[in-house]
Design a binder for this molecule. Structure first.
Ligand SMILES: C[S@@+](CC[C@H](N)C(=O)[O-])C[C@H]1O[C@@H](n2cnc3c(N)ncnc32)[C@H](O)[C@@H]1O
Ligand code: SF4
Length: 352
């Protein structure tokens, strides 16, 4: 089983972020965790099987005192598989050594810090309320707490990103000595203060390729357009999403997926607390899932399975393979250049 838990609290709201999170609802934390406990207990009573991956995301999981998590882990821990991966997101300024030690003790074995940048001007532009020094401190504390599986989130393609800026980010990444990087191209999300601010973003495939190739030089293999890992530290939870496996989503704003349907929790903390089991079901037709497989497959090392392609798509994929843009192995088309993922998926799905 794959499980996602959403924590909708943050100590400040970043102007680019469209995730479900609030800075003024900490008074509801206790009730929220009671509702989460209720929902998870109900799920575990109705579903058997081991939990192979768990992801606690947000929002900012580290903005909530660790003791609130204890009872949830009492429920979950007995179901962890022997090789389970349990990740929590955390912000560099709220993940204290005590918090990290406590959640490690509960069973979390992977931590993902939202560093975003090491440049103070870029951090300020992104509205972050932490410094690069806080990120170094948080990673040091995570290692002291016993974490070896550590991820750093970065944001690039902002107006500040040049070769020199990316070199600076890469120098700091090298110093941190962590095995995983998630580097996201800035998205100007609707209904955020960054919405429509085209001048805030700089799109350049040349800069993207510069970042990807230099991460490779540091030993990070790109296994998805935004994800890079050393050795075997790939994020198993994300791989499950990209393989379109079933997963359960708990908490306000959470989404789950099961057998061709998505299940949406209430998009309000209060509504979720009132009825933690309420879900809106959206069925997804097989064709939409097939399309999703093509777009996801072009973006990651899972590739695009020929058996999901219709005649026209297969012909287009074969054309790309003949031109060296895709590699065909055992009936799976692999994209060797994730910077071109969207163009490749669009070409495969086009009527030409
Ligand atoms: C759920 S968010 C936040 C985790 C944590 N609260 C934090 O900010 O560090 C996960 C990651 O998504 C990325 N992200 C969020 N909004 C983004 C946007 N508009 N464009 C690009 N990346 C974004 C950030 O790198 C962030 O760390
Ligand atoms: S990026 Fe993270 S800290 Fe900032 S508002 Fe979004 S969830 Fe909260």
């Amino acid at each position: 089983m794959h499980i996602y838990i959403h924590i909708p609290f943050c100590t400040s709201k970043c102007p680019y972020c469209a995730f479900g999170s609030h800075t003024d609802k900490f008074n509801l934390v206790k009730k929220y965790f009671q509702a989460l406990h209720f929902e998870i207990k109900d799920f575990l009573e109705k579903n058997s099987g081991e939990i192979s991956t768990l992801f606690i995301g947000g929002g900012t999981p580290s903005s909530v005192n660790s003791h609130f998590y204890a009872e949830i882990f009492n429920l979950l821990k007995p179901h962890f598989s022997s090789q389970y991966e349990a990740t929590t997101e955390a912000n560099p300024n709220s993940a204290t050594l005590a918090w990290l030690e406590a959640i490690r003790e509960f069973g979390i074995n992977r931590v993902s810090f939202g560093a975003q940048s090491f440049n103070e001007q870029k951090l300020k532009f992104l509205g972050r309320n932490h410094s690069a020094k806080d990120t170094f401190n948080a990673v040091k504390n995570a290692k002291i707490a016993g974490f070896d599986n550590i991820n750093i989130d970065l944001i690039y393609s902002t107006k500040f990103d040049t070769k020199a800026m990316l070199e600076f980010e890469l120098e700091n990444i090298a110093k941190l000595s962590v095995p995983h990087i998630s580097a996201y191209s800035l998205t100007l999300e609707e209904n955020t203060p960054f919405s429509g601010k085209k001048s805030y973003k700089k799109d350049s495939i040349r800069l993207d390729e510069f970042l990807f190739s230099h991460l490779l030089e540091l030993g990070f293999n790109q296994y998805e357009i935004s994800n890079f890992s050393k050795n075997s530290f790939l994020c198993k939870h994300n791989l499950a999403y990209w393989e379109q496996k079933n997963y359960a989503g708990f908490g306000a704003y959470a989404v789950g997926f099961k057998d061709c349907a998505r299940f949406y929790s209430p998009k309000s903390v209060e509504a979720y607390i009132k009825n933690p089991l309420l879900k809106t079901r959206e069925s997804i037709d097989k064709n939409a899932l097939r399309f999703e497989h093509i777009f996801l497959g072009a973006r990651c090392k899972i590739g695009i399975n020929a058996k999901f392609l219709n005649q026209n798509e297969l012909k287009n994929a074969q054309t790309l393979a003949q031109n060296g843009k895709l590699k065909l192995e055992n009936s799976i088309f692999y994209n060797p250049n994730f910077a071109l993922a969207d163009e490749i998926a669009l070409f495969i799905t086009s009527q030409i």
